[in-house]
Ligand binder design. Structure first.
Ligand SMILES: C[S@@+](CC[C@H](N)C(=O)[O-])C[C@H]1O[C@@H](n2cnc3c(N)ncnc32)[C@H](O)[C@@H]1O
Length: 372
């Protein structure tokens, strides 16, 4: 995800030492301590609607329009849309680079309150994030966009995903994960869909290849399968299966669609998360844990075990566990180990504890794994 491109954002150093910044951070801390969510579904929905509206128009038509970033203190920020601005006029004689449509660059609570150079500008301190604009290439003369070239063509992405499913599913590890999922997906949880974040592009090799991304999508499909089995006797609809990652290329989207996975554009994935969801999130570049803790209590969560030990400070980590996340997990969830695998490493499963109002039902339908 590209860093925000608003020129006012970082020019004066977002962590200004001015008394004003300190005062704002103090106000933010107070609101946070009082339980005010930074991330609200209605706000994310509103952001999604505005992005959809801008995307429905040609790039050049939206330059100079305004877009609103909501804020938890209700001082919403009005921002100029930078879509369509030429950032490199001479990539080649026929090609230029322009800013594409807006997306959101989210900030964790930790980054907001630390006097950190990559924190939000003052005016976005109370908002879910800032609008950000990645560059996209286009033909200078026809203005036609040039889609990024995948490292791996769609046929091979399809083959790789199929191979990962066929290799991993029947393996000892795959069987163990299936058994755990079958045990924890109890009727009392009423889980009906799975929503995944940041499973990565399978058409892009990156630094470490795409093997992990294939396995992570195989896990997503396995969760859907286990949900389907758990709900089969009273619901013959296939449980919803959603994935959000801005890194998906057209090739990923084609293969994911064929596999029955609905790709959602950020922030629609977050909007889809509710108490009936199983959430999967693996090594996201964004504070998924903090967003989820503010917007819902998913039935099951599969994400990275807190790995802050690898960082000097929490604000250097994209997805840190704030006190709010820690409290949610400790008080409302039961932790279940996710067995180690080369490509599915460092994960943990959280299963929502029975709630008082459906406790009796939950006890009857409870899982032996969660009995302790
Ligand atoms: C470090 S990579 C991890 C990818 C993959 N899970 C893996 O283990 O290799 C971080 C991922 O977060 C994704 N990401 C960034 N912003 C996101 C957003 N708003 N929603 C979902 N995923 C996002 C990136 O596109 C990227 O694929």
């Amino acid at each position: 995800m590209d860093r925000p491109t608003d020129p006012s954002t970082h020019s004066e150093g977002n962590g200004s030492s001015s008394g004003l910044r300190e005062e704002r951070v103090r106000a933010l801390q107070e609101m946070y301590d009082a339980g005010t969510p930074i991330f609200k579904k209605a706000d994310l929905w509103y952001i999604g609607d505005q992005i959809d509206d801008i995307q429905a128009r040609p790039l050049d038509e939206v330059a100079g329009r305004f877009i609103i970033m909501p804020a938890m203190n209700r001082l919403n920020v009005v921002d100029e849309v930078m879509t369509g601005r030429v950032t490199n006029p001479d990539v080649s004689p026929d090609v230029e680079e322009v800013y594409t449509y807006p997306s959101v660059y989210y900030y964790s609570f930790d980054v907001r309150v630390a006097n950190y150079e990559y924190g939000p500008a003052d005016r976005f301190l109370f908002s879910p994030g800032e609008f950000s604009y990645g560059p996209v290439k286009r033909n200078k003369h026809t203005k036609e966009l040039i889609p990024p070239t995948p490292d791996i063509p769609a046929e091979k992405v399809r083959e790789d995903l199929k191979a990962a499913i066929q290799r991993w599913g029947p393996s000892e590890h795959g069987k163990a994960v299936r058994q755990i999922l079958t045990s924890v997906i109890t009727p009392s949880l009423a889980a009906k869909k799975v929503v995944a974040f940041a499973l990565g592009s399978m058409a892009t090799k990156g630094f470490v290849g795409n093997a992990a991304n294939n396995y992570q999508h195989a896990l997503l499909l396995l969760v859907q399968e286990c949900l389907a089995a758990a709900t089969a006797n009273y619901d013959d609809r296939k449980p919803g299966c959603f994935a959000q990652d801005p890194a998906y290329l057209a090739e990923d989207k084609t293969v994911l669609h064929e596999a029955g996975i609905t790709v959602l554009q950020d922030p629609r994935g977050f909007v889809e998360v509710d108490d009936e969801a199983v959430v999967i999130s693996i090594a996201p570049d964004v504070p998924v844990k903090q967003i989820i803790a503010d917007i819902a209590r998913p039935a099951i969560i599969i994400w990275d075990r807190n790995s802050l030990q690898d960082y000097d400070a929490p604000w250097e980590f994209a997805d840190p566990e704030s006190s709010r996340v820690k409290n949610m997990l400790a008080n409302e969830y039961t932790e279940v180990d996710f067995p180690h695998h080369e490509h599915l490493d460092g994960l943990v499963i959280y299963v929502r504890k029975p709630r008082p109002e459906n406790g009796a039902h939950a006890r009857i339908a409870g899982s032996p794994l969660l009995a302790a």
